[in-house]
Write a protein that binds this ligand. Structure first.
Ligand SMILES: NC(=O)c1ccc[n+]([C@@H]2O[C@H](COP(=O)([O-])OP(=O)(O)OC[C@H]3O[C@@H](n4cnc5c(N)ncnc54)[C@H](OP(=O)(O)O)[C@@H]3O)[C@@H](O)[C@H]2O)c1
Length: 325
């Protein structure tokens, strides 16, 4: 038997309720896992609220976790009972649980020198950074990028990796405290975008050129300004909507500066098992080498998932949130 957070109706955080759920033995190609730490992401909030209609009800949300293998199904190779594994997955989700069945293709072994709390709180965001910097846009040393919410979960890791690649990073942040967090992560220039006009600041810092690549996860509040802050022939990557959905963009708007606009979703980049494993290995190595560093996570018992969602949605977090079964 597992205990899991089951969503029976979409709505506010109160729909996240703990229930007893049976867990079967693993079938062909599957693992049974006793979970040790579960990452909480904005995606889970959109799933739970019903904004994304990607969870079949009643259903168990959650895209990432770590856990220990309790048993392996027939035909599973490369894993054994007792291994600590991690995974990131889109629909049908299911991470908000004490125990679960997992397709072995989704599991990656956690290296001995990384702990489960670090991995469960950062794998999805670090894979997102790998996707954004190496696959969606191709960054080269000397480029200038603008990162919105630069002290956030993804933003902070994005600053660390981009600075390591020799890119000049301009970051927007919501407070002086967050400016310090972004600067410590390698952000070269911070802009307090609630009190300063970030378009003017980016123009000043780039001598009127604009940023070569803009990473915008804030969405509604920043997207029009991001179009203005992108250099001619530049690339605006909208990968989130923390402040609300982005309005449609006319092709003629892009033509004004020959802009490229992307709207990537991590799960689409993880569909090929080999690519997924290569990306996971690369971010594990980045943590092992200290290129990426993790902040100690804030933890909640699994039963308090609703509280964790409200905390993440408050927009005040500068460290990962974990549910601990
Ligand atoms: N496309 C993908 O595959 C993918 C993958 C992972 C994450 N994401 C997206 O990336 C974004 C960042 O995720 P994260 O987990 O790292 O979160 P986060 O950046 O830690 O938190 C969001 C930040 O956005 C800023 N913000 C601005 N307006 C906001 C509002 N109205 N409500 C809440 N926050 C607001 C806040 O920073 P300031 O105070 O500095 O403004 C807040 O800290 C999310 O939108 C998430 O959905 C997308």
């Amino acid at each position: 038997m597992s205990q899991a957070i089951v969503v029976r109706n979409f709505g506010n955080a109160e729909v996240l309720q703990l229930e007893d759920v049976p867990v079967s033995a693993p079938a062909e190609g599957e693992l049974r896992i006793r979970q040790s730490a579960i990452g909480v992401n904005f995606h889970d909030i959109y799933v739970r609220s019903g904004l994304y209609k990607t969870l079949t009800l009643p259903g168990i949300p959650g895209c990432e976790a770590t856990g220990v293998i309790e048993s392996t199904g027939p035909g599973v190779e490369g894993f054994k009972v007792g291994d600590l594994v991690a995974y990131v997955m889109g629909p049908p989700y299911g991470a908000y649980a004490t125990h679960r069945i997992l397709n072995a293709e989704l599991a990656v072994i956690v290296p001995d020198d990384l702990d489960d709390m670090l991995v469960a709180g950062n794998l999805l965001r670090a894979l997102t950074v790998e996707m954004l910097l190496n696959r969606v846009a191709r960054l080269e040393p000397g480029m200038t990028i603008l990162v919105h919410a630069a002290a956030g979960g993804v933003g902070r890791l994005l600053c660390q990796m981009a600075a390591h690649m020799g890119v000049t990073v301009i970051g927007t942040v919501g407070s002086e405290e967050k400016a310090r967090v972004a600067t410590a992560a390698g952000c070269h220039h911070t802009i307090l975008y609630r009190s300063q006009n970030f378009i003017d600041e980016v123009s000043r810092l780039t001598k009127g050129r604009g940023a070569d690549v803009v990473y915008d996860s804030v969405g509604a509040d920043t997207f029009p300004g991001s179009l203005s802050a992108t250099a001619k022939c530049g690339h605006l990557v909208n990968f989130g909507q923390s402040s609300g959905a982005v309005d449609p963009v006319a092709m003629t708007t892009l033509a004004e500066k020959s802009l490229t606009v992307s709207r990537p979703i991590l799960f689409h980049y993880l569909q090929d098992t080999q690519t997924y494993r290569a990306m996971a290995t690369s971010v594990f190595e980045a943590f092992q080498k200290g290129i990426l560093t993790a902040k100690t996570a804030e933890t909640f018992p699994l039963a308090n998932a609703a509280q964790a969602h409200d905390r993440l949605n408050s927009g005040t977090m500068t460290k990962p949130l974990l549910l601990v079964p």
